[in-house]
Design a protein around this ligand. Sequence first.
Ligand code: CP
Length: 318
Amino acid sequence: MKHFRSIHDVADLPALLASAAAYKADPFRHETLGKGKRLGLMFLNPSTRTRLSTQVAARNLGMEVLVLNAGTEGWALEFNDEVIMNGNTVEHVREAAAVLGAYVDMLGVRTFPALLSREEDYSERVLQQFVEHSGVPILSLESATLHPLQSLADLLTMEEQFKAPRKPKVVLTWAPHIKALPHCVANSFAQWVNAWDAADFVIAHPEGYELDPAFVQQASVEHDQDKALCDADFIYVKNWSSTAQYGKHVCEDPSWMLTPEKLLPTRQAKVMHCLPVRRNLELSAAILDGPQSIVIEQAANRVWAAQAVLAEILKGLA
Ligand code: CP
């Protein structure tokens, strides 16, 4: 694996999932694989889980880790070419990425979308500029439109939680929020579940919140949440901002919040969320504190997903 930006960088998804499960069973099985290699983690936006799980994963492989909180501690970056830098930006990504690439063997980058222009966000210009100018493998720690490390952990979680000899029904449901949030987790979850090809997959959301057909693919789309949840084995709760009015926060409909009553017609569905979650806004506290929530197991699995991906990139460096 050269870079890790989306499912398209994964040659063999079942093998990557098996690798993550093997690291979970034996975290130090390749504790010298990354000896002498340095991972840089650059955060243009906040993170708890991705930041820490990726560090743990790298150290399990014997790597050294450098963290740069570029959004708060680094120089303000410029991403436009042909620009006269007489505004607030201090350093162009062309220099910044090249310098970081001189210090590390691979570089993780977290960046969020501006949610001002769909075309701009979906071009993934920021992440791609690190690919072009750093000279080292780039690991997405969540980009403008995708969150592949989260999605790999999500699939690992569902694989280990579901043992019935049939396909699980997986429902990705939109949830209310007070802010306009990125599409990344929803897009990426849809992309990876479709590639997994091991579930009956339904996406439920209010009208105007359609995900890109490139990610929806063969999933069924429902605007009636109760209908979508019927017989569900897994329910993935996530807010994303409007598509029809791109990046806008136009719906707060509280009836879309998942509550214990909505779980009754499911097959005792396990409830997932990438976290952080706003209690009693996106998801009821009664569910989060109850036996059907697997959000902590899901977050814990972020380590093994990151370790499997880092190991694949390391093998490419050898
Ligand atoms: N789910 C997730 O990526 O969490 P962080 O934003 O805390 O990294």
